[in-house]
Design a protein around this ligand. Structure first.
Ligand code: 5GP
Ligand code: ZN
Length: 115
């Protein structure tokens, strides 16, 4: 947890966000600058900067981030049409927010890679 982390503040409710899901381990909300009709960010409730900071003790958390995608994709109506899951880590991946987040992107046909 850092005082300046925007995603920590979204998790706690200190900053507004269009939340679509929250449980004891993760929170999901709409990306403020969506790249597709559906663009959700799934983040740990606790501060983890990136995948470089995940430890063996975080296996349940990392698993939860992945298993909630099914529920959110169904909720968003993209489970059947399909979606892409992306985690950016570090400079080469253009990670901008250093609170781990899984992008769930869908609602349109996508090329690979996105560039
Ligand atoms: P990254 O490049 O770090 O993987 O992506 C960060 C994502 O967070 C971007 O898609 C950006 O639009 C989104 N984002 C940054 N700040 C905020 C915010 O305050 N609220 C929301 N909802 N999304 C944000
Ligand atoms: Zn944080």
């Amino acid at each position: 947890m850092t005082n300046e982390c925007v995603f920590c503040k979204i998790v706690s409710g200190e900053l507004p966000a269009d939340k679509v899901y929250q449980d004891d381990m993760v929170t999901a909300f709409r990306d403020i600058n969506p790249v597709a009709p559906t663009h959700i960010l799934i983040v740990p409730n606790q501060h983890v900067a990136s995948t470089n900071d995940l430890t063996d003790a975080d296996e349940q958390l990392a698993g939860r981030m992945l298993t909630v995608t099914r529920k959110i994709a169904q909720q968003e109506g993209v489970a059947e049409s399909g979606y892409r899951l992306i985690i950016n880590t570090g400079p080469d991946a253009n990670q901008v927010v250093f609170h781990l987040h899984l992008h769930l992107i869908g609602g349109q046909k996508m090329r690979y890679p996105m560039g």
